[in-house]
Design a protein around this ligand. Sequence first.
Ligand SMILES: [Zn+2]
Length: 247
Amino acid sequence: MRLTQRLYWVGSGASGLFISGRYDCNVYAVDCGGPILLVDAGAGGAGAAAILENLRSDGLHPQRVAHIFLTHKHADHAGGAAALARETGATVACSQETATAISTADPALTSLEIAKKAGLYDPDYTLEPCSIGLALADDEEWAIGELTFRHYLTPGHCAGHSALAFRDENGLHLFCGDTLFSGGRILLQNIPDCDLQAHLRSLGRLHDLRPELFLPGHTMPCLREGWRHFEAAAARMARLLVPESYR
Ligand SMILES: [Zn+2]
């Protein structure tokens, strides 16, 4: 689904648009003028095939997908990376900490083990390990085609979480993964590496970017005045409250 001249929404699961696999996060494609960047990969399996089909129906040939960026290591974001990389020839990029978790698909490091116990995934779901071609540092610039992206480490939702931004004529686009959802909500989970204080610091940092396009890992993206979602969280934090909960 085309959102702007460069931006497409090509994956989303049962809690969203449901245009790909049941467990999939929002998956975005950016046409960098030649190469295509995918942001997040969904959970894999039939969802990966649906994402490829959605790219085709938007007129984006999968062979143009040069890079896949993963915001974090959770299976609903990273599980499709290996299959999509295999089908497109893309290289996969993420933070160093995410790379360590995804290249081994360690069920404890990725919290998949406890997520399955909690009933968040089918018992027979497995996370396919994926080799990572590029580990991005905090505040690192990344040039792809006509665009320059900037990578921000944003731990809190989980360790190693990061966000990616680029600017074009429509303004600053911010892919913030699971750092913030529509309406200024966050998802704190009972997992070992969820860290409230780190989360709030990450939110403050992204708030300062004042993104025009707010592109979260779940819930509805927003193409104008996306900063208002960060303002909603910041207003709660200014009253010493935690932002509202996504679930
Ligand atoms: Zn997550």
